[in-house]
Design a protein. Structure first.
Length: 270
């Protein structure tokens, strides 16, 4: 099968409802082309004649890993190093420089995609918490992007936004067969960890508590009830006095009253 069959409105509705049920993401009708483009290879892999056949395969029990593969294909998001840099300035100037207390300083990147946000946070902490232990947790629903994130290996084309000093200090440029790439330095990577977390589900207490949580450019994919559920799930893991960061096109107005706005898109838990 060299070409994918078209997707009917009924078939698209099935996948739209399924991905909403699993991830909370709301797919508009404009995403039909994306669904076809991302899932066509799976129809070809199984030699299926319709998207309905693939839906039955995903929701049946014969191929238990296929649901995760579908989620991975439909949930990849754009990210890059030092995205929305004012947040990292705030972290440095208003949180790290004013920090009191002992113990490990912990931040959670709650939808970390391929890891650029995690390592941006890690470099910021390494630079500003000299002698203080710290950790960054990165989570995502997609196992595919988590594998890339944990590797910490990127194309040099992805370095835009990384300050030159950080690039030389915390990144290792590849040579010979690795030319054109760079690796996040081991001293940064050993203070980061990654795990799969579905933000729609209650967050396990085993991941601990955090001084800050980054949930940026994720809620734009959610409807209001899902935003409320996700934010409340995350706030159970945020320490009193901790900060929640969201994307610059997002707001918590009407979503929760459990945090207070500090500056636009930065909130503090009393």
């Amino acid at each position: 099968m060299s070409e994918s069959p078209p997707i009917t409105d009924q078939e698209f509705a099935l996948f739209r409802d399924l991905i909403y049920q699993i991830t909370g993401i709301s797919l508009s009708d404009a995403k039909k082309v994306l669904v076809v483009g991302r899932l066509a290879r799976r129809l070809q892999f199984y030699q299926l004649g319709s998207f309905l056949d693939y839906y039955r395969l995903v929701t049946g029990g014969q191929y238990p890993n296929e649901r995760q593969i579908m989620v991975d294909l439909l949930t990849t998001n754009e990210t890059y190093f030092f995205r929305e840099p004012k947040h990292f300035d705030f972290l440095r100037d208003q949180i790290l420089k004013k920090r009191n207390g002992n113990g490990v300083f912990r931040i959670w990147s709650a939808a970390c995609s391929s890891g650029e946000e995690v390592y941006t946070l890690a470099m910021t902490l390494a630079e500003n918490l000299l002698g203080v232990p710290w950790e960054v947790l990165g989570s995502d629903i997609s196992t595919r992007v988590l594998e890339k994130a944990a590797a910490g290996h990127y194309s040099l084309a992805r370095t835009e936004g990384i300050p030159p000093g950080f690039m030389s200090k915390y990144c290792l440029k590849g040579v010979r067969s690795q030319a054109g790439t760079f690796l996040i330095a081991p001293e940064i990577r050993r203070n980061t960890r990654f795990c799969q977390i579905n933000l729609m589900q209650p967050v396990e207490t085993g991941i601990g508590q955090f001084e800050a949580i980054f949930l940026r450019n994720v809620m734009i994919y959610f409807d209001a009830p899902t935003k409320t559920k996700v934010v409340h799930n995350l706030l159970t893991r945020l320490k009193p006095g901790g900060h929640l960061f969201i994307g610059h096109s997002e707001t918590l107005n009407g979503i929760t009253d459990r945090v207070q706005a500090v500056v636009p898109t930065v909130y503090r838990k009393p």
